[in-house]
Ligand binder design. Structure first.
Ligand code: WT7
Length: 656
């Protein structure tokens, strides 16, 4: 990492795309002009251009009953047909849709024609099991092609999938199956993770067992099981069915029926500020339009030549929009990888990029920082020269990680798109367009053409540039959530009540506009601290801490403080090389001073705790709520959504 890298607040560097990149890019400034002149007309154009409508729509947006939107409401389409059949009919059936690599090194390349056949067979199997329009199917699978095949087979039937991340426990699965009232569960015996088979089927068995309590209805009639891990599984006759017994034997003839644009496509659960996960509901035409549009322009997609890789699991919205729907609607070739980045060796990702000639990589800052921690000597052993574009998603990317990503992974050349969006938005909302925007490390920059976003104060008034505020989406967008499954009140309360008067969507994120009109995301507002009346962002202080040469990773929380309202408390993982040469106490003092110097005395952490690990959800998000409990000397709250539930007791012990 170059030592001259500055802190986020002083960040003023700009990286315009190279002339070569611009020359080949499909990004066109006319997109912004057209969208500004006629927003709805713009979306209608995108939808007609990017999708096949069995019955063309005549109405673009119906916003007569806010916040319940209808996009392309009188049109009809089939989502799976759009991702599959039409590409085969257009003569690109021989193009590889998915290069799949299993963790142990087995691999499969599946063409669009083959994928179409597989989905048709699977749709026939599901239809035989009684799945039809509107029925819910839970999908609990590892990152294997059958995950994508299952999603598309459900979509093809006009049914609704609810993908549950394979890392979730039986309890989480159970509550999701019950909330959605799933009729069928699709799972696997197990999948490969960190060099061994991790079982999945037992969690399904457990989630379906012991249903005697009140309100515990058993809605699941069948469990369709893919054989992947080869591990022993229990079998419930009559309920459980092996995928390999029924799918290959099923007919590959299946004509896709058209469904209304607002036909529900999927439910995806995400945690809110309260304990109970919310089932975010997405529908068909608008969602697919925005998934395809953003995938095409944000990633400057050249489907004939690009090999695209989004490292997200299918269990998250990123996997839905940027592994399944966006890339396949666009006829792209992509890589899908089953396992963890460090199995069987720490260079596995880079080896895969070299092997498949990946040109576009879309991943998360947390992954980048963990690679930084290991050091550049690992990626340097591989040929990454095919990479021409890099993407980031999930949290603000600190400029240090941004620079490392660009220099070490992107060869100092590749544009980086920092994409801001949410499970609820369905698709990317804020991002540079790589062929147009001069990138700024750490800023997600500008709303995409067709998206309207403002930074506002608590009352919904626009704030002046330079000041912090709340990110509000001021106009409905095609891929917006249509509700919270079974809970319309929660939908209204969570997202629309705050700016009810203006009719804005409240995203829950703090943001700031700079003088150039670029957006800086400041983290969730519940992570924004107020210290002596000054607004401080956890993200800003973390970025400063990570900019110190000794720091590998950092998490900051605002802990209540008698004098200052809140005080900054930092939890820091140090690089091993530094721990060998310094005492933790010495480094903690250095880091306090460092942050004070970098941002200002107000930001200087009251406490810096040197820890061995941070509490993360399975998707890699740091659970600051738990750290706040430690910082405030409380008993640590609910840890069930942590990837490793033992982490908190270790941290508590280290802090004492
Ligand atoms: C929250 C949404 C979007 C798919 C993955 C996460 C944060 C996301 C960025 C970014 C700063 C970001 C926000 C947002 N976030 N991307 N590029 N810069 N913050 O989806 O689990 O629904 O989380 O992630 O806080 O609200 P999610």
């Amino acid at each position: 990492m170059s030592s001259q890298i500055d802190h986020l607040l002083n960040e003023s560097r700009q990286f315009p795309p190279s002339p070569e990149f611009v020359a080949q890019s499909i990004d066109d400034p006319a997109l912004y002009e057209r969208a500004a002149a006629d927003r709805e007309g713009f979306w209608a154009d995108q939808s007609r251009e990017l999708l096949h409508w069995h019955k063309p729509f005549t109405e673009v947006l119906d916003w007569t009953n806010p916040p319940f939107a209808k996009w392309f409401g009188d049109g009809e389409l089939n989502v799976a047909y759009n991702c599959l059949d039409r590409h085969v009919e257009a003569g690109i059936g021989d193009r590889v849709a998915i290069h799949w690599e299993g963790e142990p090194g087995d691999s499969r390349s599946i063409t669009y024609a083959e994928l179409t056949d597989e989905v048709k067979r699977t749709a026939n199997v599901l239809a035989d099991l009684g799945v039809g329009q509107g029925d819910r199917v839970a999908i609990y699978l590892p990152m294997i092609p059958e995950a994508v095949i299952s999603m598309l087979a459900v979509a093809r039937l006009g049914a609704i999938h609810s993908v549950v991340f394979g890392g979730f426990s039986a309890d989480s699965l159970r509550s999701r199956i019950d909330d959605a009232g799933a009729k069928v569960v699709i799972t696997a015996d197990g999948g490969y993770r960190k060099g061994r088979v991790s079982a999945l089927k037992p969690a399904v068995d457990q989630s379906l067992a012991d249903r005697n309590g009140e309100g515990e209805q058993q809605t699941v009639e069948h469990v369709l099981v893919v054989k992947r891990g080869g591990n022993d599984v229990e079998w419930t006759e009559g309920r459980d069915i092996w995928w390999h017994d029924v799918v290959p034997a099923a007919s590959a003839e299946h004509e896709a029926q058209a469904f209304g644009s607002e036909n529900p496509l999927f439910i995806l659960y995400t945690s809110g500020t309260t304990g109970k996960p919310k089932g975010i509901l997405h529908t068909s035409g608008g969602y697919l339009t925005q998934a395809a549009y953003t995938h095409k322009y944000v990633f400057d997609l050249h489907p004939e030549t690009d090999v695209y890789w989004c490292t997200a699991d299918i269990g998250w919205i990123t996997g839905h929009s940027y592994v399944t729907y966006g890339p396949l609607a666009n006829g792209a070739t992509q890589l899908m990888y089953e396992g963890t980045p460090d199995a069987p060796h720490p260079g596995r990702w880079w080896e895969l990029i070299q092997k498949y000639g990946v040109t576009i990589l879309y991943t998360a800052p947390t992954a980048i920082r963990s690679f930084m921690k290991i050091g550049r000597q690992v990626p340097n052993q591989f040929d990454l020269s095919t990479l021409r574009l890099l993407g980031s998603v999930g949290e603000p990317i600190n400029p240090e990680a941004w620079m490392w990503y660009r220099e070490v992974i992107g060869g100092g050349q590749a544009p980086i798109v920092d994409t801001w969006w949410q499970t609820e938005t369905g698709g990317i909302m804020v991002s540079p367009l790589p062929g147009i925007t001069a990138a700024k490390p750490g800023s997600a920059q500008v709303p995409l053409p067709g998206i309207s976003i403002d930074v506002v104060d608590e009352q919904g008034n626009e704030v002046e540039s330079g000041n912090g505020g709340l990110l509000a989406i001021t106009k409905p967008w095609p891929a917006m959530l249509r509700g919270v499954w079974g809970d319309p009140e929660r939908f209204k309360e969570t997202y629309w009540e705050k700016f009810e008067e203006q009719g804005f969507y409240f995203a829950g994120d703090g943001a700031r506009l700079d003088e150039d009109g670029d957006l800086w995301l400041l983290g969730r507002v519940d992570d924004v601290m107020n210290v002596s009346g000054h607004r401080l962002s956890t993200a800003e202080i973390e970025s400063s801490l990570v900019a110190h040469e000794a720091t590998a990773e950092a998490a900051v929380v605002g802990a209540s403080d008698e004098t200052t309202g809140q005080a900054v408390v930092a939890f820091v993982i140090l690089k091993e090389s530094f721990l060998a040469e310094h005492t933790p106490e010495g480094l903690a003092t250095q880091l306090r001073t460092w942050v004070g110097e970098q941002i200002g005395p107000i930001a200087r952490p009251r406490d810096v705790y040197i820890v061995g690990e941070l509490p993360k959800t399975r998707s890699g998000k740091i659970m600051r709520r738990l750290l706040r409990d430690v910082a405030e000397g409380r008993e640590v709250g609910d840890t069930t959504t942590l990837a490793d539930t033992a982490v908190m007791s270790i941290i508590s012990a280290q802090v004492k």
